[in-house]
Design a protein around this ligand. Structure first.
Ligand SMILES: NC(=O)c1ccc[n+]([C@@H]2O[C@H](COP(=O)([O-])OP(=O)(O)OC[C@H]3O[C@@H](n4cnc5c(N)ncnc54)[C@H](O)[C@@H]3O)[C@@H](O)[C@H]2O)c1
Length: 378
């Protein structure tokens, strides 16, 4: 019987990966630290009792060594995702743990047949744009001065012309926050050390993943959770900037199919792939979909607030993964409906968004633009 190690297997995506592996008759061992604020110190009820559970740290060589014992496959899902300025934690948890994994596999001549790492769309930063004069451009982050003036859109760094947001393929990584930088390192460690030491490896760059089991306490989980909690509690949804930001959302079931695909497709080894929704919507459109799923009118409050370091538009081109036979099957409407049903029946449903909003304000991540200040003054 084949055995898999799933790091972060008590988390949102990892727990669904665990269930799918068990469903294929693969024995599963989970290594997870049950890190706050995502967890409250207890093993969540949804974690399958058919999997072996080790509470431990992916940064700790002894833990990783014992968790790796006899594993044929490794799914490295554990990660630190937050807005906190503890920069080194991103690199030790996301990147150094990946280097440690390869170090142990090489040093101990482990017979690992496949490593899959959960990379992220965050490796692209602002992603690809199209300028009528200069062609493809990859702008850097918007300046704080620009955001204070409520000028949300990028301009061409070469000619100051208007830019059209494109679909971003896998070729250019340009992260600009500590999470994205650490994920880029993780992605390159897996693909490059994997190739160098003949350890079959695949990096999957997930877009925004949505579905049941996403922690209400994760400051990083985005607009769908916030809109659901706000609208479901009768509060007008709060939209940052002007609400025109484009994103592609992907359902967790489609992400799990993509994550297990390398087991059946050896041709994927040695590469990175986008795993996205194949359709983009604006944040305002997303608020409308949540309102419809809840049967409530959604009149979002376009507040002029912005978050420092937010990406204007980002959407991933999934053609490379499609060439291996994968395509998203869940529509965005299904994803939103499924999430809303799960979230509204969750005991932590109420007050969760307010808490997340307050926390970001405390951390200084949330700021007001000139337009927000003038609106507030009437
Ligand atoms: N959810 C998304 O939208 C999304 C998007 C892009 C990439 N990803 C990536 O997918 C993976 C899973 O994300 P998720 O949304 O399920 O996150 P999650 O926070 O729900 O799960 C991560 C798990 O890792 C565990 N963990 C954290 N630090 C650890 C450590 N030092 N040692 C052992 N375990 C530790 C946590 O306890 C948690 O159970 C991550 O690698 C993340 O970067 C997620």
């Amino acid at each position: 019987m084949k055995r898999a190690l799933v790091t972060g297997g008590a988390g949102f995506v990892g727990s669904h990966v665990v269930d799918a592996l068990l469903g294929r008759g693969i024995q599963v061992r989970i290594l997870d630290l049950l890190t706050p604020p995502v967890h409250d110190g207890k093993l969540p009820d949804y974690v399958s009792t058919d999997a072996e559970f080790i509470r431990g740290d992916v940064r700790d060589p002894a833990c990783m060594r014992s968790a790796l014992r006899d594993a044929h496959y490794v799914f490295h899902m554990a990660a630190y995702q937050d807005y906190l300025p503890d920069f080194s934690t991103f690199f030790t948890t996301n990147a150094a743990s990946t280097a440690l994994l390869y170090e142990l596999i090489v040093a101990e001549r482990r017979d690992v047949e496949l490593v899959v790492v959960a990379s992220s769309q965050a490796v692209y930063g602002e992603g690809r744009y199209r300028c009528g004069r200069d062609g493809d451009v990859y702008p850097g982050p918007r300046s704080e001065e620009q955001l204070e003036r409520a000028e949300w859109d990028h301009q061409c760094p070469e000619c100051d012309g208007t830019l059209e947001p494109g679909w971003t393929g896998e070729s250019v990584m340009a992260p600009h926050n500590s999470y994205g930088l650490s994920k880029r390192d993780q992605d390159e460690i897996a693909v490059k050390l994997g190739a160098r030491y003949r350890i079959p490896s695949v990096a999957l760059r997930y877009s925004i993943v949505q579905g049941p089991r996403q922690s209400f306490r994760n400051a990083y989980s985005g607009a769908l959770r916030n809109f659901t909690v706000q609208l479901g509690s009768g509060v007008q949804p709060l939209v940052y900037e002007d609400g025109a930001q484009l994103r592609d959302y992907v359902g967790v079931r489609d992400v799990v199919r993509a994550t297990l695909l390398p087991l059946d497709r050896p041709a994927m080894q040695g590469s990175s792939f986008n795993v996205g929704g194949d359709r983009s919507v604006s944040v305002l459109e997303l608020a409308g979909l949540v309102g419809r799923a809840l049967g409530r009118a959604s009149e979002p409050r376009v507040s002029g607030h912005y978050r420092v370091g937010d990406t204007r538009h980002i959407r991933s081109d999934v053609s490379r993964l499609k060439s291996h036979g994968w395509a998203p099957q869940e529509t965005l409407e299904d994803v939103v409906r499924g999430y809303v049903e799960w979230a509204t029946s969750h005991p932590e449903f109420h007050n969760a968004a307010a808490a997340a909003h307050d926390r970001m304000k405390q951390l200084g991540v949330l700021r007001e633009s000139a337009s927000a200040v003038s609106t507030a003054r009437g």
